[in-house]
Structure formats: structure tokens, C-alpha cells
Design a protein around this ligand. Structure first.
Ligand SMILES: Nc1ncnc2c1ncn2[C@@H]1O[C@H](COP(=O)(O)OP(=O)(O)OP(=O)(O)O)[C@@H](O)[C@H]1O
Ligand SMILES: [Mg+2]
Length: 336
């Protein structure tokens, strides 16, 4: 379903509105071949040659060190539970978007969250990031309940996300967009900033360096001064990931990062997600493209009509009759 039903984030908060209209929600079970690539706003210089964004694959620089900064939250050992979704139910009036869903994410893994359109995947992200409070059940993070924490408090605790429909500050540069993410953890107050005290200047310089590293990692360093809305679609998607990484999250949640990508871009994205994990992040990935999900994840959780119908390794999920039935829209017995 389209994300437009999500509450619009407040203006000037760390969550901007869509810079590019999203791929429209498809009604087919897999969106892969039904997604239309959004139109890209061309550069304002009308004389500049327009590259076909569908053919453009930005080279990433996986060797740039983007390991998360210490944001002052407890470290979880590799392989231990980082976040637990505990029996979560969420109702919107008569719609049960999540129905007694439980799963967990281990530190250091790439967990896939899949399911047909309307299965509850984005809603799950929304519950984990404080957009919605569950009707029943709860989220445990770092061993403690998230409770009624607000979105910005959850960002400070180290959970970051990207959106199914790209949300960038359209009229800010690529660099400024990433700096918004870096600023989420700045400790100096307004007084220190106004008087440009040394501590503030040091933080500012470190923030700038980190933002530039992230842009370089994403292959966007040459576009640091471009307005977000003028970037090709694929670059906007990567910029959104860079901004999420700028908050030094323990958990990075990506909602359909490959929507609208061509096969070459998808292959690059797989490499990118692996590299992000190798640099010390835990990744929760919503994705419709089965090849991408199977190729990049360690484990997969499958939702259908708000319920968890399967969980396992990519090989287990591939052969699971309930999953096949959910995706093909046939009875489970026929699929087995
Ligand atoms: N704010 C809302 N108000 C009412 N219903 C909602 C709201 N948000 C989600 N829903 C409903 O909850 C269900 C799950 O939606 P959700 O967006 O989480 O699905 P999804 O798995 O992300 O689907 P898609 O693959 O299309 O993105 C759908 O039936 C949807 O209509
Ligand atoms: Mg969704």
C-alpha cells in the first residue's frame, strides 16, 4: 500500500518529506516487475547532457571507514539479540496490520523482512521506530522495552531507517542532508553553538568529516553540493541510506531500498548492504526482490496479512510451502 497513510513528519524534523514520488504500490504479490521508476527531476542547468539514470550505476567505495561512532548506548555482543519484536499486534480500526508478531534481530546479521503487499512490513518498521504504539505486545531493544519513546529518542538510541518512499530534504544539498543525520547525536547545546565555543567547532568539524566519509563511501562525494532533488533517483536512494548511517545506528532498517532499480543497480546495492554490515552495522531489510533478499540475508522473516508465517535461512524460506503459497496466491496444499 502507499505510505501516504503514514502521518506526515513535522517540517524541519529529522524526517523530511518525499523528494521524489515513490514507485506506486503494485497490487501484484511481488512488486519487482510492476514497479515503475519514478521520474527524475533533471539538473537545473538545461544545457547539461542528461544521463539516463536507468543506466547509471554509481561506484561505491567500500574501503572507506564508516564504522559507527560511539553514541553512548550499550554494546551488544556479536550474535546476541539486539532487538526483539514481542507478540506485537497493531490495529487500525478494523484492520489488523500486525497480528501477534514475534521475531528478533541478532547483532551483526542481515535479516530480511518479506511478504506480499499489505503484509505489515512497513508497519513493523513504524512500530520499531516509534511512529505507532502497538495495540498489544512490545519491542525490546538492547534488552529493555522501547516503551512509548518518541521517534527522535529512538534515533538517539541507535535505530535508523530509510523510507519506502524516499524522504530527503529536497532543497538541501546532499552534504546537508547527511549532516542532519550526524547532528542527531551532537551534544553541544544552542549556547555553545551561538558563541561557537571550541567544543562546538570540534563537533562541527568531526561531523563534516563523517558526512564526507559517508558520501565518499556511497560514491556521492562528487555530488556533495548538489541539491537532493537534482540527484538521479539511485543517488537519492543511496543518499537516504547515508543519512541514516550518519546517526551511527546499531540497527539500520531499510524499507525497499532497491525499489525502482535496474538489475545492475540491484547488484551494486547487494554489495553495498553487505559492506555496511561488514563495517559493524546490523541490517533489517524489507525487499520484494527475492533474488536480492535470498542473496544478501542471513535469515528471513515472512509476514502475510499481518501474521508471521515463516522464519528461517534463505534456503528454508525458498522451500517453505506457506511462503510459496503466499507469494503465488495458491492454497498451501497446492504449493507443497
Ligand atoms: N495508518 C494506517 N491506517 C490504516 N491502515 C493502515 C495504516 N498503515 C498501514 N495500514 C494497513 O496495514 C496493512 C499493512 O500495511 P503495510 O504498509 O505495513 O504493508 P507492507 O507489507 O509494507 O506492504 P507493501 O509491500 O505494499 O509496502 C495494510 O492493510 C494497510 O492498509
Ligand atoms: Mg511497505
Amino acid at each position: 500500500m502507499p505510505e501516504s497513510t503514514e502521518p506526515t513528519p513535522p517540517a524541519a524534523a529529522a524526517e523530511p518529506t518525499a523528494a521524489t514520488e515513490p514507485a506506486t504500490a503494485a497490487t501484484a504479490a511481488t512488486r519487482d516487475d510492476t514497479t515503475t521508476r519514478p521520474e527524475v527531476t533533471p539538473h537545473s542547468d538545461a544545457t547539461a547532457p542528461l544521463a539516463d539514470p536507468a543506466d547509471e550505476v554509481t561506484e561505491i567505495h567500500p574501503d572507506v571507514d564508516i564504522t559507527p561512532d560511539d553514541i553512548g548506548v550499550p554494546e551488544v555482543a556479536e550474535g546476541e539479540k539486539l532487538l526483539e519484536v514481542d507478540d506485537v499486534t497493531l490495529r487500525f480500526g478494523g484492520v489488523v496490520a500486525l497480528n501477534e508478531v514475534s521475531f528478533h534481530i541478532n547483532k551483526g546479521e542481515i535479516l530480511g523482512l518479506i511478504g506480499p503487499n499489505g503484509a505489515g512490513k512497513t508497519t513493523c518498521f513504524n512500530v520499531m521506530t516509534g511512529v505507532y504504539q502497538p495495540t498489544a505486545g512490545g519491542i525490546r531493544y538492547l534488552g529493555k522495552p522501547l516503551g512509548k519513546r518518541k521517534k527522535f529518542q529512538i534515533t538517539k538510541l541507535g535505530i535508523a531507517r530509510t523510507f519506502q518512499n524516499i524522504r530527503l530534504f529536497a532543497n538541501m544539498t546532499a552534504l546537508e542532508n547527511v549532516l542532519v543525520g550526524v547532528d542527531a547525536h551532537h551534544r553541544t547545546g544552542i549556547g555553545s553553538a551561538m558563541f561557537r565555543l571550541p567544543r562546538h567547532r570540534r563537533e562541527e568539524a568531526q561531523g563534516y568529516a563523517r558526512a564526507m566519509e559517508l558520501l565518499t563511501f556511497m560514491g556521492l562525494d562528487g555530488k556533495a553540493d548538489e541539491l537532493a532533488r537534482n540527484l538521479p533517483y539511485g543517488d537519492q536512494r543511496r543518499l537516504e541510506i547515508a543519512r541514516a548511517l550518519a546517526t551511527s545506528p546499531q540497527l539500520l532498517c531499510l524499507d525497499e531500498p532497491a525499489a525502482g532499480f535496474n538489475p545492475a543497480e540491484k547488484a551494486k546495492l547487494m554489495e553495498l548492504i553487505r559492506t555496511i554490515r561488514d563495517q559493524g552495522y546490523t541490517v533489517l531489510l524489507i525487499e520484494h526482490d527475492m533474488k536480492l533478499v535470498m542473496g544478501v540475508t542471513d535469515r528471513i522473516v515472512v509476514l502475510e496479512f499481518g501474521r508471521k508465517i515463516a522464519e528461517g535461512t534463505p534456503a528454508e524460506i525458498r522451500d517453505n510451502p506457506a511462503v510459496i503459497a503466499a507469494y503465488l496466491g495458491v492454497d498451501e496444499e497446492d504449493a507443497s
